[in-house]
Design a protein around this ligand. Structure first.
Ligand code: SF4
Length: 308
């Protein structure tokens, strides 16, 4: 199947975004396991263009705390509204699914739950604990919401010691009011900064999308702002419109421009930068495993640059 300009895109897709998508049935093992354990994935809820490819590689990003978000980001296709009560059994079921799929790197994200006093942090901590109980514990990456800036919620998650603490900046400061309603640019930076201050061991990570109308200067400012929080890992990808309800794509960024930004990311000190039109925050996560486990054998920046 050729991915055309996204069923609801207005602009014709540039050649670097056109590709054959493996038929999803080939990755039914993941679909089956997700259904069996009554779980959600951001891959499905977010209509991620890489879903079939990742599933066929045995990769998935679980989504906790239900499938209804209390926020209204204009780029996101996840359901919005009044969520149901959190499911106390979800952490154990995520661990069971991870064991069944033999995942060595587990990424768990969630909707934002401004309706919960701790934003769901207690269930995040329990989920990390359940994964740690597995015979061969995987690398655990949590991609968390901003918890409304609640420091106790942040502590609850960090005390459970995830290997990678991820929070997405999503876009540049100027576009927040239009694109990320209910979020706050400085609050997101503070969350990453606090995470690093509270637990030097944890690797922090963030990502944002390009093509929403940001300028090059604004992108470089966001890179600098993220790096100033001590953020280790960065992912940059092209925004693709999931549906007609979401904002249109304003610009398609060329692979060459992504490479320039990747170089810039290394120049200002990120440990690992993944940048490209189809890159998403959990795309090619295994590149981070050695680094997140503090493996000194991990190649240094120059080696990584040359490896690409
Ligand atoms: S916080 Fe925004 S991006 Fe995250 S699930 Fe809610 S609406 Fe989507």
């Amino acid at each position: 199947m050729i991915l055309t300009a996204g069923s609801s895109g207005t602009k014709r897709l540039p050649p670097w975004l056109r590709r054959n998508i493996p038929v999803l049935s080939e990755s039914s093992r993941i679909e089956g396991t997700i259904k069996k354990h009554h779980l959600h994935t951001i891959c499905h809820e977010g209509l991620c263009p890489n879903r079939a490819e990742c599933y066929s590689r045995g990769k998935v990003t679980f989504m906790m705390l239900g499938d209804i978000c209390t926020r209204g980001c204009r780029f996101c296709s996840v359901g919005k509204g009044k969520p149901e009560k959190p499911d106390e059994g979800e952490p154990a079921r995520i661990a069971a699914a991870a064991r069944e799929l033999g995942l060595n790197h587990v990424i768990v994200t969630s909707v934002t739950r401004d309706d919960l006093p701790d934003g769901g942090a207690r269930l995040y901590a329990r989920m990390i604990g359940e994964l740690r109980k597995l015979d061969s514990p995987p690398v655990v990456e949590v991609l968390v919401p901003d918890f409304g800036g609640n420091r106790t919620a942040l502590d609850t998650v960090l005390e459970a010691s995830p290997d990678i603490f991820s929070h997405n900046l999503e876009t540049v400061r100027r576009l927040y009011p239009e694109i990320r309603r209910g979020a706050d640019y400085d609050r997101s930076l503070r969350l990453l900064n606090e995470a690093k201050k509270r637990n030097r061991e944890v690797k922090t990570k963030s990502s944002f999308m390009l093509g929403l109308g940001e300028t090059r200067e604004e992108i470089l400012e966001a890179l600098e702002d993220l790096r100033a929080t001590g953020c280790d890992f960065l992912a940059l990808g092209q925004y693709l419109r999931p549906g007609r309800e979401q904002v249109p794509v304003r610009e398609y960024i060329s692979p060459e421009s992504f490479s320039v930004l990747e170089e810039r990311g290394y120049d200002i000190g990120f440990l690992e930068v993944t940048a490209g039109p189809l890159v998403r925050s959990s795309y090619q996560e295994n590149r981070l495993d050695a680094l997140s486990m503090g493996n000194s054998g991990a190649p240094d920046n120059d080696a990584r640059r040359n490896a690409r």
